[in-house]
Structure formats: C-alpha cells, structure tokens
Design a protein around this ligand. Structure first.
Ligand code: AMP
Length: 220
C-alpha cells in the first residue's frame, strides 16, 4: 500500500534543524515547506498577509496563530498527492491543534541538543558586517584573529550571537515547544533525537526514517 508520509521537524535555533531538514529532503524526496520561507515570500510579494506578518517578524515575535494556520492550510491543500516535511510550523499548541483538524501527521521529529552546546557553538561566531562573512573561532577561524580574511577589517560578535541573547531565544523556544511536544507525545507520534552535532544525530534519523518510510511505502 502506498501511503503519503507527512512529518514535522522541531528544533531550537542552532540545533541543526536546517541541516537535518535538507538531508531528509535530499534522501527521502519529501517536499520541504518552511513557514519562515513562505512568510518571506509573502513579504517580498507585498501580499496582504505579507504586510500584516512583517511587523511581527521584524520585532522577532510570532505571527498570530490564525494568520499562520490559514497560510499553511492553503499550502498543504495544494500538496494532497506528495509527501511533505513541515519546518517552522507548528510553533504553538493552537497551531498544532488546528493543523490536526485537516491533516494527520505520521511523525514529529524533535532535535534535542543541550542549550549549553548551542550557546557554546554560537558564541564562537564572528561576523564581518559589511559582507556578512561568518567565521568561527573553532570550526572556521580567520587567518588573523579578529580580522576579516578578504578586507582586513575588524570582525564583530553580533548582538544576537551573544550568549545572553541566545539563551533568551532558547528559553522562548522551550516555553512554546513544551505544550506542542506534549500534544504530539499524547498522539504517540513524537520521536526525539538527542545529540550534540548534526553528523552524530543524522545517521540515527536516517535509519529511523528508512525503516518507517519503507514500511509505509515500499523500499527506497
Ligand atoms: P524562521 O525562518 O522559521 O525563523 O521564521 C522567521 C519568522 O517568521 C519568525 O521569527 C516568526 O516571526 C515568523 N514565523 C515563522 N513560522 C512561524 C509560526 N509557525 N508561527 C508564528 N510565526 C512564525
């Protein structure tokens, strides 16, 4: 029997969600729907929804649930015949409950990377503001400490990358995601993957998906 696989990925900022999502899409052929990308497209096209959403996005706030639910529901309605991976949505329990009315999910995959690991990783980032070039003291250091390789100009640590700001974002994520995970745990579809790096977590995600997608839709 051929059944379409529908899943959500959850993960804190800096948890490697982007990396894992792109590998899932690459290896399993799901259609990738990112709520942030969908919103940014609406903003660029200056749609009514985009104009309304923009002020929340600029302020670093969540766009209201009813706006998000309408946007995602209309996208999903156009994807009745393909398997998909939803990324960035739902972000709150009411969003999860609303989407559950229309679509039954097969899996909610949650990346569980300890806060200290994320804070440590992000705090090593240094940026050359005029070009946007990013370095990392450990993983990708500049040739000369504190200086951009190309221009020789000073590197800075962005406000958002400072440990206090990262911690604040992680706390906010935990507050929003707790009830969401509870909802999916009760439905029996939450699967948590613990680890510190994408390369460590990915093989386990891959194996899990391989066995579950194969069981649902035949061998890949
Ligand atoms: P992202 O690219 O996922 O970080 O999303 C960028 C911004 O879009 C967020 O900071 C929110 O303002 C908004 N956004 C994206 N997804 C959602 C969602 N599910 N609920 C509310 N706001 C969202």
């Amino acid at each position: 029997m051929n059944k379409l696989f529908r899943m959500v990925i959850l993960g804190a900022p800096g948890s490697g969600k982007g990396t894992i999502s792109s590998r899932i899409v690459r290896d399993f052929g799901l259609k990738h729907l990112s709520s942030g990308d969908l919103l940014r497209a609406q903003v660029i096209n200056k749609t009514e929804l985009g104009i309304a959403a923009q002020k929340y996005m600029k302020a670093g706030k969540l766009v209201p649930d009813d706006v998000m639910v309408n946007l995602i529901a209309s996208e999903l309605a156009g994807l009745k015949t393909s398997p998909w991976l939803l990324d960035g949505f739902p972000r709150t329990r009411p969003q999860a409950e609303a989407v559950h009315q229309h679509e039954k999910l097969d899996l909610v995959l949650s990346l569980e990377v300890p806060d200290e690991v994320i804070i440590d990783r992000i705090k090593g980032r240094w940026t050359h503001l005029p070009s946007g070039r990013i370095y990392h003291t450990e993983f990708n250091p500049p040739q000369v400490s504190g200086v951009d390789d190309v221009t020789g100009e000073q590197l800075v640590q962005r406000e958002d990358d400072k440990p206090e700001s990262v911690k604040q974002r992680l706390d906010q994520y935990a507050v929003n995601t707790g009830p969401l995970k509870g909802f999916y745990r009760d439905l029996g579809i939450l699967q948590e993957f613990h680890g510190t790096e994408s390369n460590e977590i990915w093989p386990r995600v891959h194996n899990y998906l391989k066995s579950h997608l194969t069981a649902l839709s035949g061998p890949f």
